[in-house]
Design a protein around this ligand. Structure first.
Ligand code: ADP
Ligand code: SF4
Length: 700
């Protein structure tokens, strides 16, 4: 019919993006398009193959032409515990990989694996093997958990021969698991990279000194791997260029240029990135889309093999620009593929408006440090594909006759409404403010957090197209309103507010002081006027304290940030933002006072005490004090409803549910997850809710 024809036209790919769907030959294999999920760990390692397989499978289903798994240790001397790489130490390890490869192949994508030896960056805490490296030089880590108390030893010729054979053995195992692309990882301060850097490689034999010598091991491993598996598998290299772009080459402008030109067409693919994990994964607060161009744009002129790079790409126009301008051949992605496993398919089907764009918050990065399966602010199904049987796009239909009221339109209420709407329920979304979005509206106005508005926009753009969702703005809902309604279910998503509680010296919140010069972040975001000097007391430890300091810097000369922690925004060492936040504070001349508790306030001063010695009192001047610590759940409506409302008596307590921050204040990721979970499970009995657990396999 005409309508169908019209819908098809509307839903077909914009020809502007055709180039993204060109097949790309990578050695003996061919990627079906240019969407390339680069290798990245997802906190599953070798211990959670089912979670890994399901998570990679949805990427393949969503159209990523190449799906790589996470970094894979080739030998017990590369033991990154307590972090969780996968591993190919012996033939027994092949099985888990085969499970993942089969899942990727079910959707005709290529499966890739990144073989890695960490050299001295691995402390081998579990295997207790003395770490090995080019010259026994240890690498300093800025992350305390990574500090090794054991130095590495220099590799002798037997170690080098061993390392070559470990790569070959692992490559053969990767091939037998079914992988199409097998990497050597020569970046990120790992083993072969340590040979490349003159300041880590002090050798005087044929593996040290000249660049030709420092490249020798990498060349040998590439040649060995090509000989072993190159007939049917592509052999790729992942190379960090940024350090060596700064080292002048003998004949070319840098040693990075010389390395790519020396090895040029030996690998079947070049994957080029930064050497520093905190730089590579810079959050959107500090770095925009396509920020790695300065490190990878030089490579294409030096090799005829395809080049891939990342850049938190979510805009198809930017992807096209990267290809048309000869920067990349394949659009690499880790975070955008976590946030939206179906990103390529949406572009292919002309649905780019539906892309669930990564907001660059790095909650996913923190999960890797926690050694737990990845969580994502935008995509609550990430990590739950197998455990909970959650698909990122498909959700089983519910009973369209059931009427559900959702109160509150922050991330929890919006996500719950979206899911319920997609499931076909008849949904009413009521919001007391004049705009949808809850905390997202104000928080995305903080310095650097503009992209966080995507959490709202992705959901509102879908909700507004759903005829079964009615939206009421400017509608504060009371328990009385609900009592007289005919809803089958009520979902309370009324959020939270900041409090002025402070932290006791034992580390728990206690009521703060009564003083009209004390403010909460809510009041600051409403634009309250402050007196100088401004002091922020932060024991929330995430972004709010630092962001407020930045925001207020535009209006106030003197700002001091005080915290009991030993770092500014201390939690952010988990999401790789920590050093950038501190540098920003230094740049903005914001005073920092670490390791102090707030114990008192008078007309013009604050009293602080050292966390190590409570008799050591410091007094600082303060015209206004902002306390960034705990939040209080806005759960009054929920409590009224369950206490003894007509609605609860008529419909039963199980038909009233609170979600998100009004249950327990947390990150936006928690709120989205909570809304999603309830949207999925609203019509399920507890016994029907799927939760599978990985079990260790026992040797028989
Ligand atoms: P969450 O992170 O849990 O989604 P937010 O604080 O972002 O929570 O959002 C809560 C939303 O609920 C806010 O937009 C707020 O205006 C709205 N809200 C709070 N109480 C009511 C109420 N009684 N009726 C309608 N909306 C409400
Ligand atoms: Fe992007 Fe944040 Fe999701 Fe990571 S957690 S993929 S940074 S939206």
């Amino acid at each position: 019919t005409w309508v169908h024809f019209f819908v098809r036209i509307m839903m077909s790919r914009n020809s502007r993006y055709d180039i993204l769907f060109d097949p790309v030959k990578i050695g003996p294999v061919t990627a079906p398009n240019r969407f390339y999920q680069t290798p990245h760990a997802i906190g599953t390692g070798h211990q959670m193959p089912h979670i890994d397989a399901a998570m990679r499978e949805v990427r393949a289903e969503g159209g990523w032409g190449v799906v790589n798994t996470g970094y894979c240790s080739i030998h017990p001397s590369s033991d990154d515990s307590p972090l969780l790489p996968s591993r190919l130490w012996d033939d027994e390890d092949v099985r888990e990989h085969a499970l993942v490869v089969d899942a990727i192949h079910r959707h005709d994508s290529l499966a890739g694996i990144e073989l890695y030896h960490g050299g001295s960056s691995c402390a081998n805490k579990s295997t207790r093997i003395t770490p090995i490296s080019a010259s026994g030089v240890s690498i300093n880590s800025t992350y305390p958990g990574w500090i090794s108390l054991t130095q590495s030893r220099s590799m002798d010729h037997k170690d080098i021969a061993d390392m070559r054979s470990w790569y070959v053995d692992a490559a053969r195992r990767a091939k037998s698991a079914g992988f199409d692309i097998v990497y050597i990882y020569a970046g990120m301060s790992f083993g072969p990279y340590q040979f490349l850097l003159p300041w880590l490689n002090k050798r005087t034999d044929e593996y040290g000194g000249s660049l030709k010598n420092r490249v020798r091991l990498m060349r040998e491993i590439l040649e060995d791997m090509k000989e072993a598996i190159g007939d049917s598998c592509a052999v790729a290299i992942r190379f960090s260029s940024d350090d060596l772009l700064k080292v002048k080459g003998e004949k070319m402008e840098s040693e990075a240029h010389e390395i790519v030109s020396m090895l040029s067409d030996l690998p079947d693919l070049w994957d080029i990135k930064s050497s520093d994990w905190t730089v590579e994964t810079a959050s959107a607060r500090f770095v925009g889309e396509g920020a790695q161009e300065s490190w990878n744009s030089f490579a294409k002129s030096l090799t005829s093999k395809p080049v891939v790079g990342v850049g938190r790409f979510t805009s198809p126009d930017e992807m096209v620009r990267q290809i048309r301008n000869g920067i990349l051949d394949l659009i690499g992605a880790a975070r955008p593929s976590i946030a939206d496993p179906f990103l390529p398919k949406k572009i292919d089907e002309g649905r780019e408006d539906e892309i669930r764009e990564c907001i660059g918050c790095n909650i996913c990065v923190s999960c890797y440090h926690d050694s737990v399966p990845v969580r994502c602010t935008q995509n609550p199904t990430a990590g739950e594909e197998w455990r909970k049987d959650w698909h990122p796009e498909r959700i089983p239909l519910g009973d369209s006759k059931k009427k559900v009221l959702v109160v509150g339109s922050g991330p929890a209420g919006l996500e719950c409404s979206r899911v319920l709407g997609q499931r076909g329920f008849s949904v009413t979304l009521a919001e007391k403010k004049k705009e949808l979005g809850g905390r997202i509206i104000r928080e995305s106005g903080l310095p650097g957090l503009a992209s966080w508005i995507r959490v709202r926009d992705y959901r509102t753009s879908l909700i507004k197209t759903m005829p079964n969702i009615d939206i009421y703005l400017d509608s504060p809902i009371s328990s009385e309103d609900i009592n007289h309604s005919d809803y089958d279910q009520v979902v309370i998503a009324t959020g939270s507010r900041w409090s002025t509680d402070i932290l006791s010296d034992s580390g728990y919140p206690i009521p703060g002081f009564q003083n009209n010069r004390i403010f909460t972040p809510d009041q600051i975001l409403e634009g309250v006027t402050l007196l100088e000097p401004v002091v922020i007391y932060d024991f929330d430890h995430y972004y709010m304290g630092g962001c407020l300091a930045e925001l207020l810097r535009e209006r106030h000369k003197e700002i001091t940030l005080v915290t009991p922690a030993n770092a500014v925004s201390a939690w952010t060492s988990m999401n790789n933002e920590s050093w950038r936040i501190r540098s920003r504070m230094i740049e903005l001349e914001i005073e920092i006072l670490l390791e102090h508790y707030l114990i008192g306030m008078d007309e013009s001063h604050l009293q602080l005490t050292s966390i190590y010695n409570d008799s050591q009192i410091t007094t600082i001047e303060a015209g206004s004090l902002i306390i960034v610590g705990v939040r209080i759940a806005e759960d009054m409506l929920y409590k009224e409803l369950v206490a003894r409302s007509e609605f609860s008596e008529r419909s039963g307590l199980s038909n009233i549910k609170s979600i998100g921050d009004c249950v327990a204040p947390g990150t936006i990721a928690h709120a989205v997850y909570s809304g999603h979970e309830h949207g999925r499970n609203i019509d399920k009995e507890a016994s029907d809710i799927c939760y599978q657990v990985e079990r260790p396999s026992l040797h028989i």
